[in-house]
Design a protein around this ligand. Structure first.
Ligand code: SAH
Length: 209
């Protein structure tokens, strides 16, 4: 997976490649699908959600420029896989997930693997997590309607936010927002992607999906 799907597609950071090598992906996949864990595609997980294709997780981590020492927020931690990979690079990872079943599963997986620098919190991540802000990096794993103001507010100076934008049935693009030392924001487009919808106060409403 690491050689063909990640390095083969241009992911060259040794920190990122090493983090993927350390995390057993089958732990984060439903038992009946575990033989597909290292495939080059997203997979269904519990609660009708999906675990992203490994390459997309790598691309987002690369875009977020994760570094040792970073405090990271992941909105939509789902299975916990991306949070687990990021925890092998960053100092602390906090995942926010709206679905209770996924929160419990991800917590249990972190406990089993001994990843004690990951915390999973149940809630609406479109509002960020004021009590833990600021964050050096924020990654959003579901596609929003716009860049939530709470998330850019909770970025530290020189912080990076990576978020897919676009409706559940329309084209989506991956957006990177970086905050300057002076608090100014710069946005760039990283190209087309496909994610499940970001549902919450600063996202899509449940009824639209
Ligand atoms: N990074 C995850 C991807 C899970 S899919 C993984 O590695 O498995 C995206 C997740 O976002 C889903 O679990 C969904 O329940 C969650 N989600 C959607 N809107 C959310 C919101 N406003 N706050 C928190 N989680 C949300």
């Amino acid at each position: 997976m690491v050689e063909r799907q990640l390095r083969g597609r241009g992911i060259s950071s040794t920190e990122i490649l090493s983090a993927f090598r350390q995390v057993p992906r089958e732990v984060f996949i439903r038992g009946d699908l575990s033989h597909l864990a290292y495939g080059d595609h997203p997979l269904p997980i519990e609660a009708g959600q999906t675990i992203s294709q490994p390459y997309i997780v790598a691309l987002m981590i690369e875009a977020a420029e994760l570094k040792a020492g970073d405090k990271v927020l992941e909105v939509g931690s789902g299975s916990g896989y991306a949070a687990a990979v990021m925890s092998r690079i960053a100092a602390q990872v906090i995942g926010v997930e709206r679905c209770e079943e996924l929160v419990n599963l991800a917590r249990e997986r972190m406990r089993r693997l001994g990843y004690d620098n990951v915390t999973i919190i149940e809630g609406d991540g479109t509002l960020g997590l004021t009590s833990e802000a600021p964050f050096d990096a924020i990654l959003v794993a579901a596609s929003g309607s716009h860049v939530p103001r709470s998330l850019t507010d909770q970025l530290a100076p020189r912080g990076r936010l990576v978020i897919p934008l676009g409706g559940p049935r329309s084209a989506q693009k991956l957006i990177r927002v970086s905050k300057g030392e002076d608090g100014s924001l710069q946005q760039s487009d990283l190209g087309g992607v496909r994610f499940v919808p970001l549902i919450g106060e600063e996202g899509w409403s449940d009824a639209q999906n």
